[in-house]
Design a protein around this ligand. Structure first.
Ligand SMILES: CCCCCC/C=C/C(=O)SCCNC(=O)CCNC(=O)[C@H](O)C(C)(C)COP(=O)(O)OP(=O)(O)OC[C@H]1O[C@@H](n2cnc3c(N)ncnc32)[C@H](O)[C@@H]1OP(=O)(O)O
Length: 437
């Protein structure tokens, strides 16, 4: 990478050098994937390389396997909760049906640490270690709060959560329940359908690193909830404009290679979630789709599109290469020639063309799109849940291994592409296009 940078810098005018520096500090923020906002501090508990399972237990109760200090084994006093109450609260947390949200999880974490270890005395994590820093800040903010009080507060907090969780579980399953804890998505469950809506309409639902993470979290939750069908759609005029190109900002030159490596891991995990998703997965493509939001469509079981939608994969224009398993799925679906037009030459398809190629299942007039799609899906969601799930898996299992291998290879190749001059220049052009107007 140093070679590429050196080559580029030599012979450039100062303005170009500044632009290069912007670019280099920018490229592949999609790679700064651990730089999640505090709200997503659950991420470290994810097994990146494994089976996409989330180990929430560790967050709520970070030391469930930890020996409780002897001095905590005391009976309930006027001061507060007994050790038994505390342990029972820890168990209750693990049983919570509804995610209490990251703010509450931070509080639980802090109180737990204070109750078991006392005031925070560990070194403050670095400024870039946002997740651990958020946890450290929450713990440190408790100052010298006595262990007993922290324990009581923990028990009280969990008790409040459990009662609100009880009352929410009495809500009729049909009720539209918006899931808390997402900043870039709106996730709702209604009529046996879990809807994940991309929610950055002013940016055409361009996918930020946070969004990739939240989509993975949402899919994980949807795979386990009691819904029959999961739907991905977009808020506003676009389905999604693909990878957010401002992800490629604020990265220093010496970080680039490492961030590219981590970016490839995130890409592989993100696409892996779609390959492995166990229930019927539907895309309601409400408007134009670009890049990765097009390629992953072949991993859905149904793709319903508005007649206003278009399908565009301008990878070559961006100095990049196909992902989302499209280098395997598109030629298989539409033949190598049509796939080449899309994936190599960036030909944009209309909804009708995408339907003719088999990428879209059915096209609806934009004016009736929402009504027709949701009526159809509500009817489907009443079909026997397990039969749908098993049938989906029977269809998908044939090619799962091939899909994972393709996904790994595409991610590896993109990792290299992100470091190329072609990719840097293309992204710089996009970022500077408004300035040129
Ligand atoms: C872990 C995964 C790693 C990534 C895997 C690889 C993924 C690859 C891809 O997805 S490649 C595709 C990347 N996307 C694009 O190239 C699209 C870029 N955007 C556009 O071409 C246009 O914005 C448009 C055609 C989508 C819409 O054009 P228009 O109708 O003229 O609107 P604006 O351009 O004014 O857009 C409004 C507003 O949104 C911002 N925006 C739109 N798309 C993106 C984007 N992809 N990245 C960043 N920002 C985007 C645009 O800048 C405007 O913002 P502003 O009003 O200027 O603040």
């Amino acid at each position: 990478m140093a070679g590429v940078t050196g080559r580029l810098v030599r012979g450039w005018c100062p303005r170009a050098v500044r632009r290069l520096s912007l670019l280099l500090t920018s490229i592949l923020q999609c790679l700064s994937f651990t730089f999640l906002p505090v709200a997503k501090f659950t991420q470290p508990f994810r097994n990146h390389f494994g089976n996409h399972c989330w180990e929430r237990r560790n967050l709520f109760c970070p030391s469930s396997s930890l020996q409780v200090p002897a001095q905590l084994h005391m009976s309930k006093t006027a001061m507060g909760a007994s050790q038994k109450d505390f342990e029972s609260a820890m168990n209750q947390v693990k049983l919570l049906e509804k995610d209490p949200g990251n703010e509450v999880k931070l509080k639980l974490y802090a109180l737990y640490k204070q109750a078991t270890e006392g005031p925070c005395s560990t070194p403050k994590p670095g400024v870039f270690d946002l997740i651990n820093k958020a946890k450290w800040d929450a713990w440190n903010a408790l100052g010298n709060l006595p262990k007993e009080t922290a324990r009581q507060n923990y028990v009280d907090l969990v008790s409040g959560l459990s009662s609100s969780s009880d009352s929410s579980s009495q809500v009729k399953p049909e009720a539209d329940r918006e899931q808390a804890g997402y900043e870039t998505l709106v996730m709702t469950s209604e009529d046996g359908i879990t809807k994940i809506m991309l929610n950055r309409p002013t940016k055409m639902n361009a996918l930020t690193t946070q969004m990739y993470q939240e989509i993975m979290l949402a899919l994980e939750a949807a795979s386990k909830d009691d819904s029959t069908i999961t739907v991905l759609t977009g808020n506003g005029s676009y389905f999604s404009s693909g990878n957010d190109l401002t992800n490629f900002t604020h990265i220093s030159p010496d970080e680039i290679e490492e961030k590219a490596r981590r970016g490839a891991i995130l890409l592989r995990d993100f696409v892996g979630c779609f390959i492995d998703f166990p229930k019927p997965l539907v895309a309601a493509v409400n408007g134009p789709a670009v890049g990765i939001s097009v390629t992953i469509l072949r991993l859905f079981d149904l793709v319903y599109a508005s007649d206003r939608a278009t399908f565009h994969t301008p990878f070559s224009h961006l100095g990049q290469t196909p992902e989302g398993c499209s280098s395997y799925t598109f030629p298989k679906l539409m033949g190598p020639g049509k796939a080449a037009e899309m994936l190599i030459f960036g030909k944009k398809l209309t909804a009708a063309e995408a339907c003719a190629q088999g990428l879209v299942t059915e096209v609806f007039p934009d004016s009736t799109f929402q009504k027709e799609v949701w009526t159809r899906l509500k009817a489907y969601s009443k079909l026997p849940r397990n039969a749908l799930r098993i049938s989906k898996q029977m269809i998908r299992n044939h090619e799962k291994e091939k899909l994972h291998a393709t996904n790994a290879e595409e991610s590896r190749i993109l990792q290299e592409r992100w470091l190329s001059d072609e990719c840097m220049n293309a992204i710089m052009n996009f970022l500077s296009r408004k300035a040129k107007m």
